[in-house]
Design a protein around this ligand. Sequence first.
Ligand code: ADP
Ligand code: MG
Length: 228
Amino acid sequence: MILECKDICKTYRDGALEVPVLKNVNFQMDEGEYVAIMGPSGSGKSTLMNIIGCLDQATSGTLLLDGRDISRCSENELADIRLKKLGFVFQSFQLLSYQTAIGNVELPLMYAGVPKKERREAAEDALSRVGLAERMQFLPNQLSGGQKQRVAIARAMVNHPRMLLADEPTGALDSASGAQVMELFSKLNEEGMALLMITHDSHVASQASRMVVIRDGRLVQSAEEEEA
Ligand code: ADP
Ligand code: MG
């Protein structure tokens, strides 16, 4: 099991007011699985994703990543898990604007202490894989949305993470660029990478092997179950 969420709750506090956002979320993912999370805006999708990605902490509950209880990890250990086991792709790409495509892709390797030459080669490989071998020296503002997202995917996979987390990765893209992104995800999944993707688009979600629906902070395992 790559991921196990047990009774995950998240409550935001606004002064005296408590706002429950996630309510006893139980969810598991097998090694190499491809899962789509759907749900209306404000239902808690990004909150859950950020907790799974160790970017935010649950108020209560247990999160096991690759068998490790992350609540027992130090800040350094968490940073290490984020760096080596997880890749992130966001709707808004989150590239550094002053870094070239290859500079952006090299960043996680730099943080991981990979030497310069190795880093460059790995980043070149990753950019070639996403079809951007000719654009390595471009800055983000010289790239289209679809190209930017492919740089972000190259950055997310350059460390060969066990699991990729994607929060509405096609949300800002035209349909042709979105299709390219989905094709890349399918290839990565075929190679054994687990993928957890949030989407609003049922056509995009249908490419995953399993779909879960989140509604008002509660998870339902499938669209059918939700209707029942
Ligand atoms: P989704 O990604 O499904 O659109 P989010 O996870 O972003 O939803 O947000 C779920 C709910 O949590 C929303 O009602 C939002 O306003 C609230 N929320 C998110 N982040 C915070 C925060 N930092 N403080 C207070 N409330 C938050
Ligand atoms: Mg969101």
